[in-house]
Design a protein around this ligand. Structure first.
Ligand SMILES: CC(C)(COP(=O)(O)OP(=O)(O)OC[C@H]1O[C@@H](n2cnc3c(N)ncnc32)[C@H](O)[C@@H]1OP(=O)(O)O)[C@@H](O)C(=O)NCCC(=O)NCCS
Length: 165
């Protein structure tokens, strides 16, 4: 599937809400997503197929120079094709230019997401015990810090064998 990354807009909202319901126990509603669209501190990036299908999306909240990855999700039918990695790399490029760090919280048992974050240079920096009470699971806090380009923690695409050939 060919796709492009675009800023999320109103045309994506219904599909985004459907993806939320499909993928999360506590889905964001369409009206919440709409509010996020108009929040100046929030960036929502959509992966859009050629026919307009929403394949996935990410959300980063930036307050001054501190960024938080609030969400990243790819439709089950389109996973393992590098879409989440592409979205995250776009945010990392933004982070290199504008942020001191990008941080996130992830369920300790969410192995695919943790593998994704580790691949792109995020490292565990803390843990919130039993944060996901209904699952009895901890949250792992992971962060990537941005320094000058030569000091950055972010693996470059194509370097160190981290990129798909
Ligand atoms: C986590 C998620 C966003 C990954 O999306 P994706 O588009 O399938 O991921 P990519 O294809 O870009 O994978 C990039 C890297 O992530 C890791 N990864 C992704 N899915 C993985 C899996 N199921 N098992 C192991 N590693 C995985 C791998 O390192 C992969 O690199 P590789 O293909 O070179 O091995 C997707 O599984 C998802 O939407 N999960 C449900 C929502 C969620 O839990 N989001 C995170 C919390 S908000």
């Amino acid at each position: 599937m060919r796709y492009r990354l675009v800023p999320m807009d109103r045309s994506h909202l219904a599909q985004a809400a459907a993806l939320e319901r499909e993928c999360f126990a506590h889905p964001w509603t369409q009206s919440l997503l709409e509010q996020e669209l108009y929040n100046d501190m929030i960036s929502l990036v959509a992966a859009e197929g050629e026919d307009g299908t929403l394949l996935g999306y990410g959300e980063v909240r930036a307050v001054l120079d501190e960024g938080t990855l609030e969400k990243i999700v790819v439709s089950p039918a389109y996973r393992r094709q590098g879409i989440a990695e592409e979205i995250l790399r776009a945010y990392l490029r933004f982070g290199q230019a504008h942020l001191s760090f990008l941080t996130l919280e992830v369920r300790a048992g969410n192995a695919p997401a943790i593998a994704l974050y580790e691949k792109l240079g995020f490292r565990p920096v803390g843990r919130r015990k039993n944060y996901y009470r209904e699952l009895g699971e901890d949250a792992v806090i992971m962060t990537v810090e941005f320094g000058r380009a030569e000091e950055s923690d972010v693996p470059a695409a194509g370097s160190d064998g981290v990129e798909k050939s």
